[in-house]
Design a protein around this ligand. Structure first.
Ligand code: AMP
Length: 111
């Protein structure tokens, strides 16, 4: 089982922010901004590269959840949503996840 599957299963502790039947969100262990939350599908999808017609409903739902979490976290001034995909993007956990980054003005640099 991958590390995020273990977090979802409760085998590894996490700072849970949100959970429903298909989505789990928790605080990044190494935050890059005052608010840094990871939003993941409970089903194991390796990365953005594995999104397809059969599993994209959960991805649409993740974006509804992201908007809700951002409101609850007081990110009305803006935030960034990032998903690193593959080696060139330095994806380090091979379970699809979306970073929510906010709580301060972020840098201009995206890459
Ligand atoms: P990425 O590099 O885009 O694959 O992002 C993986 C993220 O997972 C990194 O920002 C890590 O800090 C975070 N991370 C790794 N292990 C844990 C953990 N046990 N709990 C919370 N966040 C984690």
């Amino acid at each position: 089982m991958c590390i995020f599957c273990k977090i979802i299963a409760g085998e590894i502790p996490s700072g849970k922010v949100y959970e429903d039947e298909t989505v789990y969100a928790f605080r990044d262990i190494n935050p890059q901004a005052p608010t840094h939350i990871l939003v993941v599908p409970k089903t194991h999808i390796g990365s953005v590269a594995e999104i397809n017609a059969d599993n994209s409903a959960v991805v649409a739902h993740i974006f509804e959840v992201i908007a809700q979490i951002a409101r609850e976290e007081g990110l009305g001034n803006g935030y960034r949503v990032v998903s690193n995909c593959g080696a060139d993007a330095r994806q380090s956990v091979q379970h699809l996840h979306f970073h929510i980054l906010g709580g301060r003005e972020l840098t201009e640099q995206m890459a």
